[in-house]
Every structure is written in structure tokens, then in C-alpha cells.
Design a protein. Structure first.
Length: 301
């Protein structure tokens, strides 16, 4: 990695750490949203740097759909134990059992959308006033509209037409009772920045990101991992292939990539050569052209 790239990554790191410290200074009850994906892992790493040698002054919150990859949960538990963090888990299954949401049915059923209610309920239960998330502006067009300090109303909803200006890195965290903020410290990072930073810092990553043998099937041009709760259409054949995850989320909507990348260096090279966007393999984004923005308005990550 050349000197220019390292300098660029250190500037991004400094900006993110500044934002993270602003959260700790401006809010009383912040939390870090942890999915087990690369962006939230980098946020944990940045948080450790921001407050070292003290521990991270806020808990990690994982919204468990009940349809997570087993590797994600194993990595999450190892990380929390290693850094001595507090882990809180919101259960989508409990939200279903309480009748707060209705489980989707059919071959395209997913619990990804149901996470919104569980997340908002958990934020309200613990009275969190800021939730730090790993969204980046290069991921998806709806996220490109997002401020770094993203205000949410008393219903947890986001209004893309009513956002506060953020000039000269001055962030306005003022809010009314019941409102909260989502904060995105790595908004100005790209997927390449994230992976090159992981390479630079030698951050341990879940095995899902590297090539491995897995049973998969193809649906509408997307390779999906097979699982007992995945209903198949007629003609969808399960095969074993060498794949890796480019993003990590609920199994039902996380597309896998045919790949032989078995190191971070290989992943960096693969991303440099690809012409497919990171979320190009996310099956849930295919529900509609505005799927992400609709979910964000309702309180999604």
C-alpha cells in the first residue's frame, strides 16, 4: 500500500474517531449497532482506538433475526469477550411471538424488514439517544442522502427532506424528549477504504468473508446460501460451490459471491477489479427501487 493511500486512510480514521468522541460528549446513552459485518467491526476497532486505554463507554447492540449465519454469532461472541464490551441482543423472534410483527410467508419471505420494529423497541426499552451505525454513502442511493448525525423523530422515523446542515464538521445533536439520532462515523469511506483499513490495521474478520465451500442456489441472478428455513422454488437446485460473502446480514437476503479470495489482500484486489456494486448481491434490495429508502423512513438502520 503506497504512502498516499495510508495517509488517506489515516485521515478517514481521524475523522471517524472525532465523530465517535462527539457522540460520547453530546449524548447520555449512546449504543453501537453491531451486525457482525465489516463496517460494524471497523466501528468497534475505531471505538477502541478513540477511548484507549479505557473500555468502550457504550454497549454493542445486535438485532438477531433468528436467521443469522452461525459464523456471525460465533465471531460476535468472541469479539465481545476479547474486548470486554457489553452486548445487548434484540430478538426478532421475540417480536414475532409478542404479535408486534407478522412473519412473512412464501419463497421470498425474510425477517430483514421485521428488524425495524425490534430495533425501535430495543432503543426505546434502554432509552438510547444515539445509535452509531456503519452505513456508508457509497453503498446505496438512499444512504447517500444521509447526514452523519441523522435525526430521528419520536417514532424513530427519518425525513430525508428535513435534515440539519453539517458545516465544518459541526454536528448538532440537539433533540426533544423521545427523539434520537443515528450517527454514521464512516459515511465518507468507501468499500475499498474499509478493506484497505482492515488490511492496514490487521483486523480479524469473520470466516464468511473469505472463500469457503457452501451449499447455495441461484434465484433471480443472485446466489443465496441454503438453510432449512429457505423455501425453494421449483427448479432451484442446491449445489456446492466456493463462495464468500461481500456483505453479511440475514441469511435470506445475503447474496454470496463466487470467489477464490482467501485473504484480505485477495479481497482488496477483487474489489478493485469488480464492476458489481457491493449491494448488487443483496436480494432484499430487489423488492423495489426504493426499498432501502422506504425502510429507512420507517426506522431501519
Amino acid at each position: 500500500m503506497n504512502t498516499y493511500r495510508i495517509k488517506h486512510l489515516r485521515e478517514l480514521e481521524a475523522e471517524a474517531i472525532y465523530i465517535i468522541r462527539e457522540v460520547a460528549a453530546q449524548f447520555e446513552r449512546p449504543v453501537l449497532l453491531f451486525s457482525g459485518g465489516k463496517d460494524s467491526i471497523v466501528l468497534v476497532h475505531l471505538s477502541l482506538k478513540a477511548f484507549w486505554p479505557a473500555r468502550i463507554p457504550y454497549p454493542l447492540l445486535h438485532i438477531d433475526t433468528g436467521h443469522n449465519f452461525a459464523e456471525t454469532l460465533a465471531y460476535r461472541d468472541r469479539l465481545v469477550e476479547r474486548i470486554g464490551a457489553t452486548l445487548l441482543v434484540g430478538s426478532v423472534q421475540e417480536t414475532i411471538d409478542q404479535g408486534r410483527v407478522v412473519e412473512e410467508r412464501g419463497v421470498n419471505a425474510s425477517r430483514n424488514v421485521l428488524q425495524t420494529t425490534t430495533l425501535l423497541d430495543t432503543i426505546a426499552r434502554y432509552r438510547f439517544d444515539a445509535a452509531i451505525g456503519g452505513a456508508r454513502r457509497d453503498e446505496e442511493k438512499a444512504r447517500a442522502k444521509e447526514r452523519i448525525f441523522s435525526h430521528r423523530d419520536e417514532f424513530g422515523q427519518w425525513d430525508p427532506k428535513n435534515q440539519r446542515p453539517e458545516l465544518w464538521n459541526i454536528f448538532n445533536g440537539r433533540k426533544l424528549m423521545g427523539e434520537h439520532f443515528r450517527v454514521f462515523p464512516i459515511s465518507n469511506w468507501t468499500e475499498m477504504d474499509v478493506w484497505q483499513y482492515i488490511l492496514l490495521e490487521q483486523i480479524e474478520m469473520p470466516s464468511l468473508y473469505f472463500t469457503h465451500r457452501r451449499k447455495v442456489f441461484q434465484r433471480d441472478g443472485v446466489w443465496l446460501a441454503d438453510a432449512p428455513f429457505m423455501m425453494k422454488r421449483q427448479g432451484e437446485e442446491v449445489v456446492e460451490m466456493d463462495v464468500r460473502c461481500r456483505t453479511i446480514g440475514d441469511v435470506t437476503c445475503t447474496g454470496v459471491t463466487l470467489s477464490m479470495a482467501d485473504s484480505v489482500e485477495d479481497i482488496v484486489n477483487e474489489i478493485a477489479a469488480t464492476r458489481v456494486t457491493e449491494r448488487g448481491g443483496r436480494y432484499d434490495d430487489r423488492r423495489s427501487d426504493a426499498a432501502m429508502e422506504d425502510r429507512k423512513r420507517e426506522g431501519y438502520f
